[in-house]
Design a binder for this molecule. Structure first.
Ligand SMILES: [Zn+2]
Length: 487
């Protein structure tokens, strides 16, 4: 600790563990070393521990004197972190240590992600386990692995090992707003078979590119009214369709199914004689799109250039072209419904995130999200029907479970009362429009667990520039110990 950057930062008992964690490589899927650290911690403090094959670690601590009759509490966070770095740095996350930087109230990292997501959650839990003077009920600290790639650790964890029926997830980052539910929903892959034909004589190829979109997280940013490049491409293609017969040769857009796609590229074949009409149709459509999105996505650009017909790939048949374009045109994308109970919160949304065409098929990926199962199933069924309409077939890619809000939650009341007592005002509550491990644990648990998610302020997660607030961590640490006394 002599040379540590955070040695004089309060609360020292939290930041010493946080700093330790930043000095251990822990990219998703590479959590062995950090679990060794957790086990050594448990051994040093005389605490019982358990590690499973998926590299989840459970550490338990007896209730403090006088708290033996209180209901047990599970504190949960994830050990892995997203490893992103600036382009100009040679940082190797497998062996280079994160360089901590103090910047006023912020702790950040030089040129890399910090890993406060969710290192700060784990550090808070360890600080509580280490605190001999803290008053608390029976504690189970569950440190899950591999959250960032798809909550695989939580999914693999045997929830029957948990005795507590109250769970506090420490992977949230709004000190004044607690999370009381999250969205779930299936991710669906659609395949539409493609038939290709020889290009007709006198036809020419055109390459159309849509770019300049902002994009974003397909859940957390879905209400911001940003454009979806794949959907825009369908509109451009249908504008062309109103001018001339055309054939699709190639179509690709979007990189990840959980992100709003920012670019799309199409190669089409059109009769050479219609080229001028088509070019002006595209330019007109660009103008319309730029006007529609001038506030929320102002840099949309649609460009086109004459292209060599793709030598090795023939254009699709008319029917195949229509099937692919119609699927995209009619696919739902964006906010479906706002939440009735939590203002300004999206309840249900869907996002078409990826399209690409291969020789014999088009592949499309869509992600649904809702805090209500009945709503995401409805979106899912709609995708199935649409795929059927164009002769396609679907397959489930993922199935993230929702965590449905419980208005009678006891832990929510404790959080509300404790917060009000300490800060003299009411906290906020939200249902997050993204997945949380609470949903997975909830689904896999035989009996219901009362849950809430919370944590100190951290920003710019998953990017270099990620930081955690020192003062917020201090306040949250006090708050967490107060909550423990009140359960
Ligand atoms: Zn996280």
């Amino acid at each position: 600790m002599e040379n540590s950057v955070l040695r004089n930062i309060e609360p020292k008992e939290v930041f010493r563990y946080f700093e330790d964690l930043t000095q251990i490589p822990r990219e998703s899927g590479k959590e062995r070393q950090v679990t060794d650290y957790l086990i050594a911690f448990a051994e040093n403090h005389g605490l019982e521990w358990f590690r499973d094959e998926a590299l989840n670690v459970l550490i338990t601590k007896k209730a403090s004197p006088g708290y033996e009759d209180r209901p047990g509490v599970i504190l949960q966070g994830h050990t892995d972190m997203v490893c992103e770095k600036n382009e100009n740095t040679a940082h190797d996350f497998d062996k280079d240590l994160i360089t901590l930087v103090l910047d006023g109230d912020k702790i950040t990292a030089a040129d890399t992600t910090l890993g406060a997501d969710d290192g700060i959650g784990i550090a808070l839990a360890l600080a509580l386990l280490a605190d001999e003077n803290a008053a608390h009920p029976f504690l189970e600290v569950l440190c899950t692995s591999d959250e960032e790639r798809g909550m695989y650790g939580a999914e693999a964890f045997d929830t029957s090992l948990l005795k507590g029926r109250i769970l506090i997830n420490l992977d949230s980052n709004e000190e004044d707003i607690f999370t009381v539910g999250c969205a779930g929903g299936p991710g669906v892959r659609t395949e539409i078979p493609i038939i290709r034909e020889e290009a007709a004589p006198g036809w020419t190829a055109l390459h159309i590119k849509i770019s300049g979109l902002i994009g974003g997280h397909s859940g957390e940013d879905i209400h911001l009214g940003r454009a979806n490049s794949i959907k825009l491409m369908a509109r451009v293609l249908l504008a062309i369709d109103r001018e001339t017969d055309f054939r699709l040769s190639d179509l690709r857009g979007g990189l990840k199914y959980n992100a709003i796609p920012r670019e799309a590229n199409a190669v089409i074949m059109i009769p050479e004689s219609r080229l001028k009409k088509v070019k002006s149709a595209i330019t007109d459509m660009e103008g319309e799109l730029r006007n529609e999105y001038r506030v929320n996505d102002p840099e949309i650009t649609v460009t086109f250039e004459a292209s060599d017909p793709i030598a090795e790939i023939k254009p699709m048949s008319k029917l195949s072209t229509q099937s692919v374009v119609n699927y995209i045109y009619f696919a739902e994308t964006g906010v479906i419904r706002m939440d009735m109970e939590f203002r300004d919160t999206v309840e249900s949304s869907v996002s078409l995130g990826v399209v690409r065409t291969e020789e014999e098929k088009a592949i499309l990926q869509t992600l649904t999200r809702s805090s209500l199962k009945s709503m995401y199933m409805e979106m899912y069924y709609k995708i199935l029907r649409l795929a059927e309409q164009v002769g396609g077939r679907t397959e489930l890619m993922s199935n993230c479970p929702e965590w449905e809000y419980n208005p009678d939650s006891h832990i929510k009341t404790i959080f509300q009362d404790t917060y009000k007592r300490m800060h003299g005002k009411d906290p906020g509550f939200v249902i997050t429009h993204a997945g949380l491990e609470c949903g997975v644990i909830n689904r896999n648990s035989a009996s219901p667990i009362d849950m809430i998610a919370a944590g100190p302020i951290a920003r710019n997660l998953h990017t270099p520039g990620e930081y955690v607030s020192i003062s917020s961590t201090a306040r949250f640490w006090d708050f967490l110990r107060e909550v423990m006394k009140s359960i």
